[in-house]
Ligand binder design. Sequence first.
Ligand code: FAD
Length: 407
Amino acid sequence: MTQVSDAEFVIIGGGAIGCGVAYSLARGGVTDILLAERAADVAQVTTAQGAGLCGQPRPTLERTLLAMHSVATFRELQRDPKVQPEWHETGSLRIALSEKRVAELRQLKSVADQAKLEAELIDNAAARKLWPAMEFADVKAVLWCPSDGYMRPYAVASSYAYQCRKLGVRIATSTAVEEILSRNGRVSGVKTSQGAASCRYVINAAGANAYHIAKLVGLELPIVPVRHEYFVSVPVEGMVPELPCFRVPELTLYGRPCEGGLLLGGWEAQSLQTDPREYGLNAEPPPVEPDWTVLNSFEEEFSRLLPQTRGVKKTRVGRGWPTFTPDGRFIIGESRRVPGFVMAGGCNAHGISGSAGIGRLVYESIFDPKPSVYVKSLSPDRFTEIPWNWKDARREAAHVYETYYGV
Ligand SMILES: Cc1cc2nc3c(=O)[nH]c(=O)nc-3n(C[C@H](O)[C@H](O)[C@H](O)COP(=O)(O)OP(=O)(O)OC[C@H]3O[C@@H](n4cnc5c(N)ncnc54)[C@H](O)[C@@H]3O)c2cc1C
C-alpha cells in the first residue's frame, strides 16, 4: 500500500478527473504528486457509473479543442500493451428531427471546421449505412463525426493511474483527506486517515464531495449534484461494438452499443438535485434507485428510431450524481483567496470525456504565467467574489442539466 508522504501536489479524489489531472501534470514533467483516494481503488464512485461517450463537436471552440485533446489522449493511452482505456473510435451520429436542430448541426459543423475537427452533414442513406437498424425516415439531418467514440470509464481512470505510477506519481487508495492545513494563509499540507503530508498545492477533484473539500479551506462553492441515469439492455441482434454513438437532442437522448445490447441515457426535463450541505465530508450523496418511469420513457421515445428495442429487457442501470454549476462551466484553477488551493470540479457531466482536456486546463491554470481568457473564466473566484445564494444556484444548475441539449 502506498504510504502518505510529503509531495509538491496532493490531489484529492481518484475519479476520472483526479487521475486525468495527475496524468496531465506528470506528462508535463511534474511528478512529485500524491493522489489520495478514499475508496480501495480508483474510479469507484461517479466515474464507475459513466456511460463513457466522448463527443467532440461542441458549440464553442474552446470546448471542442478540449474534447479533441481528450480523444488524442485516449488514443495515446490505448497504445499501451498492458492497460488501456478500451477506447472505441466508432464515430458518432448527431440526429436532428426538426429544422431548428438542423441549424444547430450547421453551427456545430462550423465550429468543428474552425477547430480542424473532421465532421460532416450526411444524408439519411449514408447514416443508414452506419446504423442499419435505425429508422431515419423522419430525420432532417445528421452530423457525422468519425473520430468520436466511447470507452469504459473505469478503464480510463485505471490507465491514467497506471501511466502515472510509471512516471513516479504515488496513488494512495483507502486514504481519506480529513483536513487541509495552511501556514501564513497558504495551503501547506493535508491530514488524512493514513497520516499527514505537507505539500505546496492541494487539487480538489473530489466529485460530489468537492463542495466539502472546498469548505475545509473556507470556500463556499455552488457544486450541485444532479441525478443522472441510463440503462443497458439484454443483447440485441446486430448491436455490434463498432456501431457509432448517437445523440438525439430533440428526444434529449444519447446511446451506444454496450455488452451486446443498447446503452440508452437521457436528460430529464425535471431533474432531481441534492444539496451537498445535507451530507458531510465523510458521506456520499444519497443512493440513487433506478427510476423506471424515467428509464422506460427513454425507451419509449427512442423506439421511434429503433423499433427493435421497444419493450427490450434491461440488465443494468448506470446512475449517480455528476456535479453541475449554475453557469454550466467547470470550476478550474487556484483560488485567489487561498493560495495553493486548486479546483478541478463541477464537470457538468463531462468528467470522463473531458478528463484529459480538464487536466490540461488545470496544468495551464497553475503553470502558465498568462493563462487564456477561457481558463481564467473557469476560476473558482467567480463564486467567491460576488454574492450568490443556494436556492438560485440549485435552480440554475438544474436548468443547465435540463437544457443539456438546449439550442
Ligand atoms: C449515469 C451517468 C452517465 C454519465 N455518462 C457520461 C459520459 O458518457 N461521458 C462523460 O464524460 N461523463 C459522463 N458522466 C459524468 C461523469 O461520470 C462525471 O463527470 C465524472 O465521473 C466525474 O469524475 P470525478 O473524478 O469528478 O468524480 P468521481 O468519479 O466521483 O471521483 C471523485 C472521487 O473523490 C473521492 N473522494 C471524495 N472525498 C474524498 C476525500 N475526503 N478523500 C479522498 N478521496 C475522496 C471519491 O471516493 C471519488 O472516487 C456520467 C455520469 C453518470 C452518473
